[in-house]
Design a protein around this ligand. Structure first.
Ligand code: BG6
Ligand code: MG
Length: 226
């Protein structure tokens, strides 16, 4: 039996390579508390993979009274969240990479399968630098150059294009619903990390990155292409 080859694996960053999804949550929680908004971990699932300003809009939608912020005030709030976030990620170190990721990257490299980061975060380069992983991915898409945020497929398609591979021969790995939708819209194989019931459309869901392995990714991809 011949298997459909995978040309590239395209990774989300926050919540897939390292647990910065938690840092984003804590920074938004501080802003939410300050504004007396009932922001919960459950609601935070909606913010995952979503751009900074869109996340702020979602957070403010929790207000019972209508809020009237000027664009300037919105930018100021988003900037403050980012400052809090930057403080939290300043101490990230190589040992903060999530379990299974180093082994997966090594195996992909050995098999000649390319790798990329497709994150919505404008802090992605800082996080990768702090993890000392700059050399471990073939490319890191610059989020500042992406116009349409997830669930739009743009960032995943940009990754495939920059790698010079066919989108249909890529596997995307995400911890966000918006991210899985973006992978599917890019016609890639979608692998989710998290709770199974959050990702009904993913081709496969792993509870943890520790379970990721290339052999199974090949099978999932093969199945997805049938
Ligand atoms: C995504 C995160 O990776 O990046 C979102 O899942 C975040 O929570 C988004 O809002 C944008 O990140 P940043 O660092 O540019 O505010
Ligand atoms: Mg994520």
């Amino acid at each position: 039996m011949t298997t459909t080859p995978i040309q590239a694996v395209i990774f989300d960053l926050d919540g897939v390579i390292t647990d910065t999804a938690e840092h984003h949550y804590l920074a938004w929680k501080a802003i939410g508390d300050e504004l007396n908004l009932p922001f919960t971990r459950e609601f935070n699932e909606n913010l995952k993979g979503v751009s900074r300003l869109e996340s702020l809009r979602l957070l403010l939608s929790l207000s019972k009274e209508p809020l009237h912020y000027s664009d300037e005030q919105l930018h100021e709030l988003a900037e403050r969240k980012n400052e809090l976030y930057k403080e939290l990620i300043a101490t990230i170190k190589p040992s903060d990479v999530l379990p299974g990721i180093p082994e997966l990257l090594a195996d992909l490299k050995q098999r000649g399968i390319k790798t990329a980061i497709a994150s919505a975060s404008k802090n992605a380069f800082s996080v990768i630098r702090n993890l000392q992983m700059e050399e471990q991915f073939d490319i890191i898409v610059d989020a500042a150059k992406i116009k349409n945020s997830k669930p739009d497929p743009e960032v995943f398609l940009a990754a495939a294009q920059q790698l010079g591979v066919d989108a249909q021969a890529c596997v995307g790995i995400e911890d966000a619903v918006a991210g899985v939708d973006a992978i599917l819209a890019a016609k890639m194989t979608a692998v989710a990390i998290g709770q199974k019931d959050h990702f009904p459309h993913a081709h496969h869901v792993y509870a943890s990155t520790a379970e990721l392995n290339v052999e199974q990714l090949l099978q999932i991809h093969e199945q997805a292409k049938k």
